[in-house]
Design a protein around this ligand. Structure first.
Ligand code: FAS
Ligand code: PHB
Length: 389
């Protein structure tokens, strides 16, 4: 079999790239290791930058997002019992949108299947070959049958644990990593959100985040120890911990209920350079990871997709490889700014086991400066709503 672009990974990166290319008549095949149901069962991001919203529109899958998403003009930040708001719309005239990553991926699956474009689910042993040549190909197994796809390009959209990044020789790769000494325990509950806006809370016992998916579906997170297992956290323990980390007036308004999803995510900052090797291009979590504090993971995957999509269009429509040749440089320039912002948000909102009294004072000063200075809030707003592509 032959296609123009093989896309490894059927998460948001791979599906968005595939749908954008498909609409321009560029043939792709998506190879996804898991089932459709498994991918859609993963509860992840919730905040979308306008850049991603625009890409979903360009991909022809913006209607449900437009109808069912929530515009978030700002956020609340709590430090111990004090809480203040940062209004992005008033400060810089831009907002973000709340729409679950699960729904983004579902919309992309539905559109691709409606267009009859191929997604191979449960593709096993995907392996990349001759990516540094002019004739790359990909092999995999489906229902026990060995298959091969010859292609012009390979898009590695298979996340942090995928095969694509590891297909670039270690001697070519430079990796940067910071592992945080805590994780996030997240739950989904069919309860009304405690507030219309998100609340990021830094309390003496650790971080908490109040988010949502809709008016009757809440998403909450608490900082937890790296050694914790989900089984250590009953719903009661979770709700007590969350309430304890929120300002009193918020904790008192909290509506609790049974969790319908509960998972622990480790936190790391990670970048692998370069994001291109020959005819292999890495996109999204395959190339970089951010702690979810700044809501940048999915949104930075989207800007990668934008740069790669434009580069492939330029190649196929104008026979010009300039966009592809500059892909890694352009994508990484924005990736590192997202890494910085996510690291900064994580550093001012979490309690670190080795923090000295001086460190705690620095954290308090950062939060006080953010509370009191419109200039500081403008900088935070510009990063949170998304820097330009
Ligand atoms: P993904 O990991 O989403 O998708 C990669 C796909 O490739 C998967 O479907 C996988 O099954 C498939 N794959 C892997 N190996 C393969 C192989 N060898 N062959 C074929 N397919 C293969 N970001 C936020 O902004 N906010 C959040 O709150 C947030 N929470 C997160 C919680 C968790 C537990 C994790 C892991 C991430 C979270 N993120 C969050 C980041 C997340 O949203 C990612 O940025 C986003 O999923 C990136 O999308 P992809 O690059 O498509 O990678
Ligand atoms: C979420 O709604 O899942 C969410 C929102 C903001 C974040 C992280 C996660 O920073």
């Amino acid at each position: 079999m032959r296609t123009q672009v093989v896309i490894v990974g059927g998460g948001p990166s791979g599906m968005l790239l595939g749908q954008l290319l498909h609409r321009k008549g560029i043939d792709t095949v998506v190879l996804e290791r898991r089932t459709r149901e498994h991918v859609l069962s993963r509860i992840r991001a919730g905040i979308l930058e306008q850049g991603l919203v625009a890409l979903m529109g360009e991909a022809g899958v913006g209607d449900r997002l437009k109808a069912e998403s929530y515009l978030h003009e700002g956020t609340l930040i709590a430090h111990n019992d004090q809480m203040f708001g940062i209004n992005f719309q008033n400060l810089i005239g831009q907002s973000v949108v709340l729409y679950g990553q699960t729904e983004v991926t579902r919309d992309l699956y539905d559109a691709r299947e409606k267009a009859g474009a191929e997604i191979v689910f449960e593709a096993e042993d995907v392996s990349l070959h001759d990516a540094d040549s002019d004739a790359p190909f990909v092999t995999y197994r489906k229902d026990g049958e060995a298959r091969r796809i010859d292609c012009d390009f390979i898009a590695g959209c298979d996340g942090f644990h995928g095969v694509s990044r590891r297909s670039i020789p270690a001697a070519v790769r430079t990796e940067y990593e910071k592992v945080y000494p805590f994780g996030w325990l997240g739950i989904l509950s069919e309860t009304p959100p405690v507030n219309d806006e998100l609340i990021y809370a830094n309390s003496k016992d650790g971080f908490a985040l109040c988010s949502m998916r809709n008016a009757s579906l809440s998403r909450y997170y608490v900082q937890c120890s790296l050694g914790d297992d989900v089984g250590d956290w009953s719903d009661t323990r979770f709700w007590d911990t969350l309430r304890h980390r929120l300002p009193d007036e918020v904790g008192e308004a909290l509506v609790t209920g049974p969790s319908i999803e509960k998972s622990i995510a480790p936190l790391r900052s990670f970048v692998s350079e370069p994001m291109r090797w020959g005819r292999l291009f890495l996109c999204g979590d395959a190339a970089h990871i951010v702690p979810p504090t700044g809501a940048k993971g999915l949104n930075t995957a989207a800007s990668d997709v934008h740069y790669l999509y434009q580069g492939l269009l330029q190649f196929y429509q104008e026979k010009d490889s300039e966009g592809l040749d500059r892909y890694s440089e352009k994508a990484l320039a924005r990736v590192w700014k997202a890494e910085r912002f996510s690291w900064w948000m994580t550093s001012i909102l979490h309690r670190f086991p080795d923090q000295s009294p001086f460190d705690l004072r620095m954290q308090a000063a950062e939060l006080a400066f953010l509370r009191d200075s419109e200039d500081a809030q403008r900088v935070m707003a510009a990063n949170y709503v998304g820097l330009p592509y």
